[in-house]
Design a protein around this ligand. Structure first.
Ligand SMILES: [Zn+2]
Length: 202
């Protein structure tokens, strides 16, 4: 993804025309949390412009150019760190207003998945997802399956979506390497136990 200097036009709200001063930017830390079944470790360890920007005037979200932008002055950034579930969720609610390019949709859905699992499973806050959170997570996971051909990853996404029968169906037909086999077996075992939590890959 190439970078270029942003212009004020990039920051103009697509809904109300308001031009904000600061670009929303997600800041990732280097991930030392191990390898996880939802591929959380693949998050970049750097600051990246949020592709979906918040409008402080009309409180809606809009989409910026997929090419990516940056600004010259560090004060022009609105840092969002780390990428939190609350920061991602409202932008997803406006998804049908966007003409999502596949790469953007994939990125945004991965961010939502990781942030969701960070909040509800990887952080010991004890907070439980609401019915709404669960519905959003399921919708997100099912939409993510179309980006994968790897049956192990598809089975994992279905398991995390709570679709255990469908997960087991995909898993039963998967032909995998020895290395993947232990992961697949764990997915199968957890699906049989109706456990939809992500797990660490040893
Ligand atoms: Zn606006």
């Amino acid at each position: 993804m190439g970078l270029r200097l942003s212009t004020k036009e990039d920051l103009k709200c697509k809904h109300c025309g308001f031009v904000k001063e600061r670009l929303d930017l997600y800041c990732y830390f280097a991930w030392n949390g191990g390898q996880w079944s939802d591929r959380r470790e693949l998050a970049p360890n750097q600051a990246v412009p949020a592709l979906v920007q918040y409008c402080p005037n009309c409180h809606r979200f809009y989409y910026i150019d997929a090419e990516g932008v940056y600004m010259t002055d560090v004060n022009d950034y609105n840092w969002i760190e780390p990428v939190e579930y609350e920061a991602i969720l409202p932008s997803i609610r406006e998804y049908d207003h966007f003409d999502w390019e596949p790469v953007i949709e994939y990125n945004q859905r991965c961010l939502l998945l990781w942030a969701y699992n960070d909040k509800f499973y990887r952080n010991p806050s004890g907070e439980k997802p609401t019915e709404f959170d669960l519905r959003v997570a399921k919708w997100n996971l099912l939409n993510l399956t179309k980006f994968y051909e790897d049956p192990v990853m598809i089975a994992e996404l279905l398991r995390e979506a709570g679709m255990f029968e469908e997960c087991l169906e995909v898993a039963s037909k998967a032909e995998v390497s020895e290395e993947q086999n232990s992961i697949l077996n764990k997915i199968i075992r957890l699906a049989q136990e109706q456990d939809n939590r992500p797990f660490m890959i040893e």
